[in-house]
Write a protein that binds this ligand. Structure first.
Ligand code: TYM
Length: 334
């Protein structure tokens, strides 16, 4: 009997610093779990990173570190492709064609563009504006069916779908229309300092996020300092108790416990005990990841071998699609 073709997954992460617990829970942690059921491609999105000024030496180092960290988080190169975006030039080739199928008004509505251009007012470059087009190219170039991301990427995914539909109707069916794959729990982990805001590695307050490479003492300290409220009851209510609810979400994602179980576990106990338990659950999850990360980072030959093979394979798939798009677009073929 013919084996059913697996659906394809593509996702990416920017190498702009060590990943936060938000990146991990909202996206990366799920990537490894999808490898058996899907054909997965994961990339370190270094082209996206330069929409904000980067120090070249840091970017190079962080790209390598991000790759090692993804492997440590469970991406298995025997099952998935892992590559660095800039090593597959076809993404930028497709991006140009797609940018001509994207309206200025659509890009102007992107909330991430609005946020980032306000934050980096001295460098509102064209790349920051057209970033979602490159992201659409990343996805569409592999005809990905599903894109596992956190909730903050949903709007970019919708744009990718619109652009794909537009191209398909103008030039005939070419791209698969991708669906977002957003986990029910943990799709938006909030800042520990301002729980109304998303946890982000670009936050100026280092106490607002936990990094995957934070040591146990730092994790304990950051959890203890996390903003909660004054009623002292561990209860899930995202609207009225955003700080406690965020910690509960983290704890639930780390332990697999349901919210009502957590409420019972800490009933009659103070926030101190609760925060300590949250910290210990994070430490238990991250310690093996950190050990594996160090091991992989020290094995340069292995890491570079994985990335080289990943890029070659990805480039093979991507090139074929770009050829098809160029042909359909009307570019003269020799
Ligand atoms: P990036 O690098 O900002 O984030 C990587 C992934 O982490 C998720 N995430 C979160 N999830 C839950 N809670 C949070 N606080 C949190 N912060 C971040 C993001 O939703 C994302 O899934 N543009 C993308 C990278 C990219 C991409 C792609 C993704 C480039 N091309 C193609 C998917 C498909 C980005 O900047 O993610």
């Amino acid at each position: 009997m013919e084996q059913e073709k697996k659906k394809r997954i593509l996702s990416g992460i920017q190498p702009t610093g060590t990943f936060t617990l938000g990146n991990y829970i909202g996206a990366v942690r799920n990537w490894g779990k999808l490898q058996d059921d899907y054909e997965c491609l994961y990339m370190v999105a270094d082209l996206h990173a330069i929409t904000v000024r980067q120090n070249p030496a840091d970017l190079r180092r962080q790209t390598k570190e991000a790759s090692a960290l993804l492997l440590a988080c469970g991406i298995d190169p025997k099952k998935s492709l892992l590559f660095v975006q800039s090593q597959v030039p076809a993404h930028t080739q497709l991006s140009w064609v797609l940018s001509c199928c994207t309206q200025f008004g659509e890009l102007s509505r992107m909330t991430q563009f609005k946020d980032k251009s306000a934050k980096h007012a001295d460098n509102v470059n064209a790349g920051l504006f057209t970033y979602p087009v490159l992201m659409a190219a990343d996805i569409l170039i592999y005809n990905a069916d599903l894109v596992p991301v956190g909730a903050d990427q949903k709007q970019h995914l919708e744009l990718a779908r619109n652009v794909a539909q537009r191209f398909n109707s103008q030039y005939s069916d070419t791209f698969t229309i991708p669906d977002p794959y957003i986990a029910k729990a943990g799709a938006k982990i909030m800042s520990l300092a301002e729980p109304e805001k998303k946890m982000s590695k670009s936050d100026e307050n280092a106490n607002s996020y936990i990094l995957l490479l934070d040591d146990p003492e730092t994790i304990r300290r950051k959890c203890r300092r996390a903003v909660t409220d004054s009623d002292g009851i561990v209860r899930f209510d995202a609207e009225n108790k955003p700080g406690v609810s965020n910690l509960m979400t983290i704890y639930s994602c780390m332990t697999g416990k349901e919210m009502d179980e957590i409420e019972t576990e800490f009933s009659g106990k103070g926030y101190g005990d609760f925060k300590d338990a949250v910290a210990e659950s994070i430490i238990a999850e991250l310690t093996p990841v950190q050990q594996e990360y160090q091991r992989i980072l020290n094995d340069k030959e292995y890491l570079e071998g994985v990335l080289k093979e990943g890029a070659q394979h990805a480039q093979y798939i991507a090139d074929r699609l770009v050829q098809k798009v160029y042909r359909k677009t009307g570019f003269y073929q020799l």
